[in-house]
Design a binder for this molecule. Sequence first.
Ligand code: 13P
Ligand code: SF4
Length: 329
Amino acid sequence: MDLRLDATVFTTAVTSQSTANGLPRDLFSAIEDLKQELNAVILAHYYQEGDIQDIADYIGDSLGLSRKAANTDADVIVFAGVHFMAETAKILNPDKLVLIPDLEAGCSLADSCPPEEFAQFKAQHPDHWVVSYINCTADIKAMSDLICTSSNAVKIINQIPEDEPIIFAPDRNLGRYVIQQTGRDLVLWQGSCIVHETFSEKAIVQLRTTHPQAEIIAHPECEEPVLRHANYIGSTTALLKYCQQNPQQEYIVATEPGIIHQMEKAAPEKTFIPAPAMNSCACNECPYMRLNTLEKLYLAMKHRQPEVNLSEDIRLAALKPIQRMLELS
Ligand code: 13P
Ligand code: SF4
């Protein structure tokens, strides 16, 4: 037997399956194999890069992802999103392994509400209901009576008796939108999202002059001057559905442009234009969401880390308002 020939064949086989940095050449099928091996489910937010959305078992907004996490029978949840989303999955599934491709994938909105300061704020408003947007840490959830997402915030607030005072945290923009929609007088925590605050009203208005038929669709985390121009305001899932069902052919999309991947898949004949940010920077992309990559997702599944964990007392306290939200929405 010619050993040199065998060695050549062996080397060719190995190098055709893996790249120089040791990653499999076909990451998609390697991830599919790991999915079977781990009995894992991959949940992805619409703001993830296209490849991650394409390999996910479920893609959704924060509410859809929470519902899916609450009902999965997988042993491992691979959460392709930001930390508070994966943390919510862990709160709902303490016995499952919850993985996130990059543990640094945080959220500026969650960071804008530090627990110690929020505890003081809450103490200054005794007898108030505390409704927190899901974009917050488990510590904030643990101090809340109810959680909401961008798709059910109005519905949740409307279910609180009219004479009850309410603190709404952490997003002041969503809070202001909910005040407008419900007529309630909410006490707002002054947090915000760096991505949604970056859209320029002036640039959006200018863009519409060159696309006069385009409709402007916006996430309620955008600031008031941008929302004022919107033909439709909704959560990421609501925006996606709107574009599918509405006959208009052209849309200016004022939210993180990752969602355009699904919009183009759902309505390939339509045109979706990302809303411009101030100073024409690329800061309408969420820098936290974009920390996750297909490579990191593969490595997380291969090494079963980074894992999302939290203390049991905080988990139990945070679970109650999440469960109330799932019952009410
Ligand atoms: P959704 O509730 O639409 O998923 O929004 C989440 C989010 O982080 C928006 O920035
Ligand atoms: Fe957080 Fe904003 Fe990124 Fe959403 S887009 S995850 S609110 S930083």
